[in-house]
Design a protein around this ligand. Structure first.
Ligand SMILES: [Zn+2]
Length: 217
């Protein structure tokens, strides 16, 4: 039953969220430290999956919040619902429209994924006989995936398989490299990223616009 949370946890999250939301924009450039109860829950889930306790720190990963108040992003290539936090979904729609005006068709593959969903993906791989080390080369550690925040999106374009490296050579990728930042979208895992993740040209993260002191002076 991967989607059922304990009532106790729901209360913990409800208590932790308002403070976090009040202090930070939904998709900040740097994630603030997460509430201790949430971090403890992440650790417990990962212990249950057999993930080494020092795995995240060794990969320069920090615990991330779970997105809430989700909004619809454009449906995925199979017509399934895709969600992101509201400002990210709105920015994505603006970006898709701008790309379309330039003759580029962007499509979604995957947006928000809860930590429970992420754990389920790994559990299925373990059940199929994969080692946890192998599973973690494919799926992010629960609690540390940008998809859990609701700020990240996997993109593709017609003719390119989902989550495929060949996206790098598409017209859509070239467009994103040139214009993505105008809409707040940035490539999370370029070649040689500090997390040791493989290069993921399809994975983009929305970062809320920040105040630039230099400009307001
Ligand atoms: Zn992704």
């Amino acid at each position: 039953m991967p989607f059922v949370r304990s009532a106790c946890l729901a209360v913990m999250i409800a208590a932790a969220l308002p403070a976090a939301l009040a202090a930070e924009p939904l998709c900040p450039s740097t994630w603030p430290a997460q509430p201790a109860a949430w971090v403890a829950h992440i650790n417990e889930v990962n212990r249950g999956l057999g993930i080494p306790p020092d795995y995240a720190a060794k990969h320069n990963l920090v615990p991330l919040p779970e997105g809430s108040d989700l909004a619809q992003a454009p449906r995925d290539v199979y017509g399934r619902k895709v969600e992101m936090v509201a400002p990210a979904a709105a920015a994505l729609k603006r970006m898709f429209a701008a790309a379309a005006r330039d003759g580029v068709k962007l499509e979604t593959v995957s947006g928000f994924r809860s930590m429970n969903y992420q754990s389920g993906l790994i559990r299925r791989k373990l059940k199929s006989g994969m080692s946890i080390q192998q599973a973690l080369t494919i799926n992010a550690v629960p609690g540390y995936s940008e998809h859990q925040t609701g700020c990240a999106i996997d993109l593709t374009t017609p003719g390119v398989p989902a989550a495929d490296g060949s996206f790098e050579h598409s017209k859509a990728f070239a467009w994103l490299q040139q214009h993505g930042a105008d809409y707040g979208f940035h490539l999370s895992f370029p070649p040689g990223n500090k997390y040791g993740y493989e290069y993921e040209p399809w994975h983009w993260r929305y970062v809320a616009a920040e105040q630039h002191p230099a400009r307001s002076r």
